[in-house]
Design a protein around this ligand. Structure first.
Ligand SMILES: N[C@@H](CCC(=O)N[C@@H](CS)C(=O)NCC(=O)O)C(=O)O
Length: 202
């Protein structure tokens, strides 16, 4: 399988990390957002939304949306289980993934997109919105720290998609100059453990 990818972008990264945890090899096709390769007509034929990631199956079919791609990989290759193994576990992972996506990931992306010169002239920026998004992210860091108190993983007693979404979102925050406060010791402990996983380098 091929993954249309950008090395620096968080949504492809969550797919790479998820696949690596499952031992699924992906052929990476780099589509540089910085060089605007995703805006070309050629890439538009691959994903009309002009976004990465796109997973291309060996028969040429293409799957979009990072969370839906990871769910597909989970169904394709259920071991190790990363999304809950029975209905209540699956609900717990879904609920946390949805909340992380809506709150942590989206606020981080808004902080970057509305506050960083990288996007100037590329999207319509609203500079006043960036600090609001930033405060929202900082609140989410505190929430994560509380959740991780006495736990190694965010959800269940093992690594799940919730950890992958949270970790890749927190690391993406660096692009917007976001850093969890040093006092958030549980969050830092978990980040260090996540960073040590080979999949973090995928
Ligand atoms: N909901 C989509 C979002 C994909 C997305 O926003 N990808 C970003 C990279 S992380 C992108 O391609 N951005 C290009 C742009 O905004 O111009 C997913 O989860 O796959």
């Amino acid at each position: 399988m091929k993954l249309y990818n950008d090395r620096f972008a968080p949504n492809p990264r969550r797919v790479r990390m998820f696949a690596a945890e499952k031992g699924i090899a992906l052929d990476l096709v780099d589509v540089s957002i910085a060089s605007r390769e995703h805006e070309t007509e050629a890439f538009g034929a691959i994903n009309p939304r002009l976004e990465v990631p796109v997973l291309e199956l060996d028969d040429g079919r293409r799957l979009v949306e990072s969370l839906a791609i990871c769910r597909y990989l989970e169904a394709l290759n259920p071991h190790p289980n990363l999304w809950g193994s029975e209905p209540l576990e699956r609900h717990a992972v879904d609920a946390m993934v949805d909340a992380l996506q809506a709150n942590l990931y989206v606020a981080t992306a808004h902080s970057f997109r509305h506050g960083h010169p990288f996007w100037a002239g590329r999207i319509e920026q609203c500079a006043d919105y960036a600090p609001l998004a930033r405060r929202k992210v900082e609140d989410e860091y505190v929430r994560l720290d509380g959740r991780l108190n006495g736990r190694d993983f965010l959800c269940l007693d093992r690594l799940t998609m919730a950890d992958i979404v949270a970790y890749t979102s927190v690391e993406f925050g660096k692009a917007a100059g976001l850093r969890p406060d040093a006092g958030l010791t549980q969050l830092h402990r978990w980040r260090t453990a996540m960073a040590a996983r080979p999949s973090a380098k995928a």
